[in-house]
Design a protein around this ligand. Structure first.
Ligand code: ADP
Ligand code: ADP
Length: 226
């Protein structure tokens, strides 16, 4: 895993009268293997910050680095997990999980093997040939998790990944995510607007204010996890 550095980043969408100043001079330093939650009200720019970490959106000022590399475009070092899962409906569990490896040009037999390993780890063995529409919400997000972890990324970026799930499924997924993370620590940035979730999951919680947003609190969570 690698560290993530957000170095004096500001973001304004649009120009002139249309301009929306979203992020204001944000600096964050996330050591490798840390699990950080970014907490903030809707519209404060959490998704924008996340997309910049993945190279999908350019900062207006400042830069973001993963390790020593300045992020200017999407990189396999960072894997994204989305709120609405973003699975391909016409692909099976196995085919969805293999997708990231396919993009990286990994050969078919290695792909199969690694995808199967992660399908087993997230508890979806037996559902390899199922399509997303045949799976519950929690199971679909476990496919999303397996797809992200399968490429062995340096950092995992999660944008309200459990926001679309019911409370009980959400609790189960949080516990499972922590179990996976304890087994193999990655640098994790997890965006949420749920305070309980952030305290349950994170080593450290960064709180954003309303836009133009900056980090208004940086809180270490001092207790051991259950
Ligand atoms: P959050 O994830 O915290 O809800 P977002 O990053 O999605 O916040 O959005 C922050 C602000 O930036 C919002 O006011 C939103 O309307 C605006 N915004 C996001 N994406 C764009 C875009 N592509 N063009 C213009 N404005 C945008
Ligand atoms: P999750 O909490 O992961 O969303 P559920 O509580 O919905 O899972 O379901 C628990 C178990 O029931 C699953 O692990 C699976 O074995 C089975 N199951 C649930 N929904 C489906 C479905 N749509 N198709 C097949 N099996 C399912």
């Amino acid at each position: 895993p690698k560290s993530i550095t957000v170095d004096r980043v500001s973001k304004t969408y649009g120009n002139g009268e249309e301009a929306v100043h979203v992020l204001d001079d944000i600096s964050i330093s996330i050591p490798e293997k840390e699990f950080v939650c970014i907490l903030g009200p809707s519209g404060c720019g959490k998704t924008t910050l996340m997309k910049m970490m993945d190279g999908l959106v350019d900062p207006s000022e400042g830069e973001i680095r993963i390790g020593d590399t300045v992020i200017t475009e999407p990189t396999p070092e960072a894997a994204l997990v989305f709120q609405n899962f973003e699975l391909f409906p016409w692909r099976t569990t196995l085919e969805n999980v293999e997708l990231g490896l396919e993009i990286l040009g990994v050969d078919k037999s290695t792909r199969r093997e690694r995808a199967q390993t992660w399908i087993d780890r997230v508890g979806l063995d037996g559902f390899e040939e199922s399509y997303p529409s045949e799976l519950s919400g929690g199971m679909q997000q476990r496919v999303g998790l397996a797809r992200a972890l399968c490429v062995d990324p340096e950092v995992i970026l999660m944008d309200e990944p459990f926001g679309a799930l019911d409370a009980q499924t959400k609790d189960k997924m949080q516990t499972q995510l922590l179990q996976l993370w304890e087994q193999e620590k990655k640098t994790v940035v997890f965006v949420t607007h749920d305070i309980r979730e952030s305290i349950f999951l994170a080593d450290r919680v960064l709180v954003m204010g309303t836009k133009p947003s900056s980090i208004v609190e940086d809180i270490e969570i001092p207790f051991e996890r259950p």
